[in-house]
Design a protein around this ligand. Sequence first.
Ligand code: C2E
Ligand code: MG
Ligand code: MG
Ligand code: MG
Length: 291
Amino acid sequence: HAKAQMPGNFAFYTDNLVRNVSRKLELERHIAGALKRNEFEVYYQPKVDARSHKIVSFEALLRWFSPELGAVSPVEFIPIAEKSGLIEELGVFVLQEALSTLALWQEHYAATLSMAINLSPVQFRSSDLIPTIESFCLNFNLNSKTIEFEITEGVLLADYPDIEEKLKRLESLGVNMAMDDFGTGYSSMSYLRKYKFDTLKIDREFIIDLAREESDRKLVFATIAMAHQLGMRVVAEGVETEEQQAILVEQQCDYLQGWLFSKPLPTDQVMQLLDQQFAVKDASPTYFSTE
Ligand code: C2E
Ligand code: MG
Ligand code: MG
Ligand code: MG
């Protein structure tokens, strides 16, 4: 029945192909003016200190709410924005939003709060990237030590001629650098030799089965020990359960990020969390009204 199956499989294959291509075209069509139409928003996901569970930092995560397409995941639209070049403008938008928000929260809550921002390899193509970052730091009067950039090995793989120089300039601004999605690439280890990171983020892939898989526990344990040996702090991504948290704390992981603590949230909801954490004990008596 091989013959009979072939056309069916082929039809299935082309159906999928057509669906994927038309979805992509649709996204490309709608993303073009989306920034000007204010359809993008930056959400913030807290990172907590592994021991105290206090919020110490945030990761800025871009969200696209399209009136026509609904909420589109960055996993889907970032590659499209990278291809079209829109990522440059989007990147500036995220920098401006995240850094102005950080300045506000530092003033309002604690000067030690920090912010991590993802940088796409494509953003390193532009000669404006570093001056833009520099001017936002100055304009918002931010201590560069409270800013962190998350890059994947893709950045170090991109063969733009002056990529190393750009990374050096970024480093000289005094900002922190984090290696994102550690363990999922092809050469994470060799990049740890080539480039000095302050933080290592263990990908969620290794966290998911932490409570069930001994091999994952060993891998994560060894990764944390290695990172500490190299003078890096470790963040675990995608912590969803208390079992995972307990294992990570036991393994000396420094910071935790995941739904167990908070999903990525819009600013007003983050501020509710910060209000609780930094609540000043009211010195004046509280009066209860019966009305
Ligand atoms: P990433 O930088 O590795 O971000 C972590 C992703 O894990 C986020 O997905 C976050 O929402 C998700 N996450 C966090 N905790 C949990 C958890 O406990 N469980 C599960 N299932 N997921 C969790 P998101 O927001 O969809 O972003 C996906 C990717 O898109 C990011 O991966 C990053 O590579 C990219 N991205 C997002 N925002 C930006 C941006 O502003 N600029 C650039 N260049 N890339 C971005
Ligand atoms: Mg990230
Ligand atoms: Mg990550
Ligand atoms: Mg990841």
